[in-house]
Design a protein around this ligand. Structure first.
Ligand code: COA
Length: 257
């Protein structure tokens, strides 16, 4: 299996496990990633997802050996496949954390960009080197990178194909945290657990409102927020948490209802 799926408490850990090829994304890996996304999305017991890579890479890109002889139509179809799989993580309402242990190049950087939160180990490396291979980014890089780091920096990274280290990725907002490599999974898991302790309907409605709002004008985005905010008042979690607060207590665990 090229993708491992493990569940610990309310956290699903998806590990891309093709270390000999630095976890390069071929058709088999994409299919396995899609299945893992679907498993995590449909398991009511999973609240948060972590994606990581085995060995010294997160993902070193799409599989160059597999795609080198593609025609234009095959290239388009491969791009469509990759985008569909990555969108599964972006579109699921459960939060997805990318724990980036090493190379996150091309499709690897794009997979991280499709996640909600990116945490890097100090040896992680990021880049979109596609133009050096005669192609554009194909799994969302031209769209998500400028939305995350701004148009100018995204164009610089994509046009030059430069590879940057974890500290630079932090300084441009590509990742939100850099931690010693050996602590990466613990830090990601702690963050996942902290998220899992909150009211999941509220967490998921927040993700939906943020993602929808980032794609539209502010007033439409504020409408999404109002809907999400209103919906939360129909939950037992909101009643329990606010009643507990006014009684100087704290809910110990949410019902997620
Ligand atoms: N597609 C297919 N195979 C890949 C790959 C990719 N994107 N990235 C790495 N591999 C394979 C290598 O071919 C090599 O296989 P081999 O041992 O059978 O020869 C193995 O993974 C290890 O890579 P190697 O290049 O020997 O490691 P390195 O430490 O010298 O260099 C990188 C690491 C990441 C700098 C280098 O592998 C690289 O540049 N990869 C391609 C990155 C890229 O352009 N990604 C975007 C693709 S669109």
């Amino acid at each position: 299996m090229s993708v491992k799926y493990e569940k610990k408490e309310h956290v699903a850990v998806i590990t891309i496990d093709r270390p000999d090829a630095l976890n390069a994304l071929n058709i088999e890996v994409l299919k396995a990633l899609k299945e893992a996304a679907s498993k995590a999305r449909t398991d009511d017991d999973v609240y948060v997802v972590i994606i990581t890579g085995a060995g010294r890479a997160f993902v070193a890109g799409a599989d160059i050996a597999q795609m080198k002889d593609y025609t234009a139509d095959e290239g388009r179809a491969f791009g469509k496949k990759g985008n569909k799989v990555f969108s599964k993580f972006e579109e699921m309402s459960k939060p997805v954390i990318a724990a980036i242990n090493g190379f996150a190049l091309g499709g690897g950087c794009e997979l991280a960009l499709a996640c909600d939160i990116r945490i890097a180990g100090e040896k992680a490396k990021f880049g979109q080197p596609e133009v050096g291979l005669g192609i554009t980014p194909g799994f969302g890089g031209t769209q998500r990178l400028p939305r995350v780091v701004g148009m100018s920096k995204a164009k610089e990274l994509i046009f030059t194909g430069a590879v940057i280290d974890a500290q630079e990725a932090l300084s441009i907002g590509l990742v939100s945290k850099v931690v010693p490599g050996e602590t990466l999974m613990d830090v990601a898991f702690e963050m996942a657990q902290k998220i899992a302790e909150n009211a999941q309907i509220a967490v998921r409605q927040s993700k939906i409102a943020i993602n929808k709002g980032m794609q539209c004008d502010i007033n439409t985005g504020l409408e999404f927020e109002m809907q999400a905010f209103g919906l939360c008042f129909s939950t037992e979690d909101q009643k329990d948490a606010m009643n507990a607060f006014v009684n100087k207590e704290k809910v110990t665990s949410f019902k997620n209802k």
